[in-house]
Design a protein around this ligand. Structure first.
Ligand SMILES: [Zn+2]
Length: 300
């Protein structure tokens, strides 16, 4: 894998300080990646980061959001979370408009939107995931990146990026193009890990929200809201999700780091106990607005 040095994506300042460093815990390997914060504006970013040609190597078909191996139990919880998320989003949209989701994966969230009488369109980089979405739901899916997509200005009532922004090499450019694509008064919905969260502080480089090296820009709530305000978005509201999943994954990564990957059985054995302990914590975080997952709504 080739890597390149980059400056702060928000202010282009050169000087930065190391925040954390760690290996790719999803795919494996020994290469240590470093997350730094800008000495000028405090934005977090991966530096050095994989170059454009190397980035697809970070997303094999087994990459979790593309829908690999889900036990029945996990599927049920995932579906409940999805329904809650869809309901949360829908309450902030005018009924019956057209929604674009960027990075729609196998189309689960768009399917929930369609069920609620919205017209939907998706853009997805992974061909296999896009094919599943088309086959399962018959969606209009464009395969490729948002930057490559040919979209008409002022054409969508809402655009959703759910855990996509932190993966992009040019988040500011994408946000600018998104703003043009939205109708006047339409809503941008961004779901992302929150690097100011309790979990980020507890787990450090084992926090799944950092997901080195796929997350190039782990935003905090403050930084994301500030960025959207500077771009002229209005009525910005943040919802803190009740998120047990990132706790469970982070505990798993921490256990694997201390006891070795051969001890996966330890996590499996203890996971019902962990889940029981983690749920009230996740609820506490959502209430006190320090959750590891946030959804930011902003109006054009
Ligand atoms: Zn900066």
């Amino acid at each position: 894998m080739k890597t390149i040095h980059v400056h702060c994506p928000l202010c282009d300042f050169e000087s930065s300080t190391v925040k954390i460093s760690g290996v790719d815990r999803l795919i494996g390997g020994t290469h240590a990646f470093t997350l730094r914060f800008c000495d000028n504006c405090s934005m977090l970013y991966l530096d050095p980061r994989p170059d454009v040609e190397s980035i697809p190597l970070l997303y094999p078909d087994s990459y979790r959001p593309y829908g690999y191996l889900r036990s029945r139990f996990r599927q049920i919880f995932r579906h409940i979370r999805l329904r809650i998320r869809a309901a949360l989003i829908v309450t902030r949209l005018k009924p019956g408009g057209t929604i674009l989701e960027i990075g729609c994966g196998d189309g689960e969230l768009l399917a929930e939107m369609q069920r609620r009488s919205f017209k939907v369109k998706g853009i997805e980089l992974n061909q296999a995931a896009a094919a599943r979405a088309v086959q399962k739901y018959g969606f209009d899916i464009e395969v490729g990146t948002f930057t490559q997509a040919k979209l008409v200005n002022d054409s969508f009532d809402a655009i959703i990026l759910y855990h996509v922004l932190e993966h992009l090499i040019d988040p500011l450019e994408v946000l600018k193009k998104l703003k043009k694509t939205l109708k006047c008064g339409a809503v941008l919905v961004i779901g992302t890990p929150n690097s100011d969260s309790l979990e980020a502080r507890i787990f450090g480089n084992h926090w799944v929200g950092y997901d080195l090296p796929r997350h190039l820009f782990p935003f905090s709530e403050k930084k994301l809201v500030e960025t959207l305000k500077n771009m002229g978005f209005k009525d910005i509201v943040t919802v803190h999700e009740i998120d047990t999943n990132s706790w469970m994954l982070s505990i798993n990564w921490r256990l694997q780091a201390s006891s070795g990957p051969g001890k996966k059985w330890l996590f499996r054995l203890l996971s019902p106990l962990f889940f029981f302990l983690v749920f009230p914590l996740a609820l506490f975080q959502a209430v006190f607005r320090i959750s590891g997952k946030i959804i930011v709504f902003a109006r054009k």
